[in-house]
Design a protein around this ligand. Structure first.
Ligand code: ADP
Ligand code: GLC
Length: 479
């Protein structure tokens, strides 16, 4: 089976969040299961800086871009058996960030047209195009409508995955004809219309053969107005073709036994001494009091409302009254960054806020902490809580979306569980569960050990979910 993944980011080349984790790991597993799996991404400045020497230049073609023509140059790279293609366009992609520009609609309209043109350039025809999030939402309609005169395009089936329904790629209507080359008919009949503009994501929800999202609970939640981001009615209309498949993580990259970024490697056998060494190193590195007996809580995240960070910042004094240390890594909304910065000033030696994106530090936090905090207001799946489990760091999560599907809360009567969870949206709700976590950590060491064991033994690999995707692909190509 031949599958092309289209996405805005993907490891090991470029990452801003969990989407890159998925694009860097699911295709690898599908290749191991016998698929010819390829990925296409924009050639961003970051990729040029860090990976240019690994790429082969394939050639340039002129991409029809609505009224105009624009050149796209294609590059090829490889990682773990997966072929990666990159689309070069200096003006659109060689910028400081990946997204967030006034012309994002135009940039990703170009990306999607170039990705489809690339198939005829390569003369490689996938059975399935698997598109992801708003950056590739127009692909199913483009392939059928604009390219549909050619049966090699028309025969392709489309799977679309929602990683986060809140980011929809809603743009001006002008793009439709002037850039994408799609007839106004699809605006007038409502198919791609959203308010007075067009929505890349809505287009995929209407035209993909199958829609998936990244956990079964989120798949149910997005049918409701509370989580549906005004797409719930469209999703309900497509309900029969919608399913939730929980993400896995890259268990080669995230392996405490071989992770080169750790102070000491460990497995289930020696995690006590392994985690102790990593905790010591983390405390030293960050200027925290070096104490092995204190519970250390970590948070690695985009600092946005979605991630529930204000539940933490509004209750920070109460939290810091407890016997704990707290490490935060991330960037995001100004209000959250300021609050964590002032928290750091106030609680020196016990609280550290590292503002930035830092892969090395992230690995040390996953390994050196006892607890990982993830009180998300909503969470399509979440990758961090699964990494934590694999590193024996117990996740404390709010019960929502994929967090409900991947974290089984501690039951002190049966000893079952691989983390902790709570309901509610207030800092008081969060504090209640943290008090329970602290009691378990300090007063119930046997219970804690049992939890760490089950967390580290939890299957967070792609194995089962990759099979679910394969079954889905097969169901639409008629195998
Ligand atoms: P989301 O994609 O919504 O941001 P996920 O939990 O799915 O959340 O994925 C987040 C990924 O990004 C994880 O791999 C996490 O370790 C990583 N990450 C987030 N913030 C940072 C940061 N500041 N530095 C390093 N890695 C980060
Ligand atoms: C999005 C979601 C996150 C998910 C990730 C990968 O960023 O916010 O929950 O884990 O995509 O699917």
């Amino acid at each position: 089976m031949k599958i092309l993944f289209v996405a805005g980011e993907g490891l090991p080349f470029v990452k801003t969040g969990g989407l890159a984790d998925v694009i860097g790991s699911l295709p690898k597993v599908l290749v191991k299961k016998g698929c010819d799996c390829r990925v296409v991404l924009p050639l961003y400045s970051h990729v040029i800086m860090d990976h240019y020497n690994e790429l082969a230049r394939l050639g340039t073609m002129s991409v029809r871009f609505g009224n105009a023509e624009q050149p796209a140059t294609f590059y090829r790279g490889e990682d773990s058996g997966v072929t990666y293609y990159f689309i070069e366009h200096q003006g659109f992609f060689e910028r400081d960030s990946l997204y967030g520009y006034y012309d994002d609609g135009e940039r990703f309209a170009f990306f999607q047209r170039a990705a489809l043109d690339m198939l005829s350039f390569l003369d490689w025809w996938p059975d399935i195009i698997h598109s992801n999030d708003w950056q590739s939402g127009m692909i199913p309609l483009l392939a059928r409508n604009v390219y549909g005169g050619d049966e090699r395009y028309r025969n392709i089936k489309h799977v679309y995955t929602i990683h986060n329904l809140a980011f929809q790629g809603n743009f001006s209507k002008d793009l439709l004809w002037s850039r994408l080359g799609i007839d106004d008919y699809y605006y007038n009949n409502g198919a791609v219309r959203f308010d007075d503009g067009i929505s890349f994501m809505k287009s995929a929800l209407v035209f993909a053969d199958k829609i998936t999202t990244v956990s079964p609970t989120y798949a149910r939640e997005i049918l409701t107005p509370g989580f549906g981001e005004r797409m719930n009615e469209v999703l309900k209309y497509r309900q029969e073709d919608l399913c939730g498949i929980v993400n896995g993580i890259d268990t080669d990259n995230w392996n405490p036994l071989s992770d080169l970024r750790l102070a000491k490697n460990y497995s289930l056998r020696n995690y006590v001494s392994g985690k102790r060494e990593n905790k010591k190193k983390l405390q030293e590195m960050l200027g925290l009091e070096v104490r092995s007996d204190v519970m250390v809580i970590g948070l690695v995240s985009r600092l946005t409302g979605q991630k529930g960070v204000y539940m933490i910042t509004s209750g920070m004094h109460e939290m810091m009254r407890r016997n704990l240390q707290f490490v935060v890594l991330g960037t995001g909304e100004r209000a959250a960054e300021d609050a964590f910065r002032s928290m750091e000033n106030m609680y020196q030696g016990r609280m550290v806020y590292y503002s930035g994106y830092n892969e090395d530090l992230a690995h040390m936090i996953y390994a050196g902490c006892d607890v990982f905090l993830m009180p998300s207001m909503y969470e399509p799946c979440g990758i961090s809580q699964m990494i934590s489990q694999r590193y024996g760091t117990l996740p404390v999560v709010r019960e929502t979306g994929g967090l409900s599907d991947t974290v089984m809360p501690y039951n002190e009567y049966t000893g079952e569980g691989n983390g902790f969870s709570f309901h509610g949206e207030s800092s008081g709700n969060l504090m209640d569960v943290l008090d329970y976590v602290l009691r378990t950590y300090y007063d119930n060491p046997a219970g804690w050990r049992g939890l760490v064991h089950s967390a580290m033994k939890t299957d967070v690999s792609w194995n089962r979910s990759a099979d679910a995707y394969l079954a889905l692909y097969n169901s639409i190509i008629g195998n």
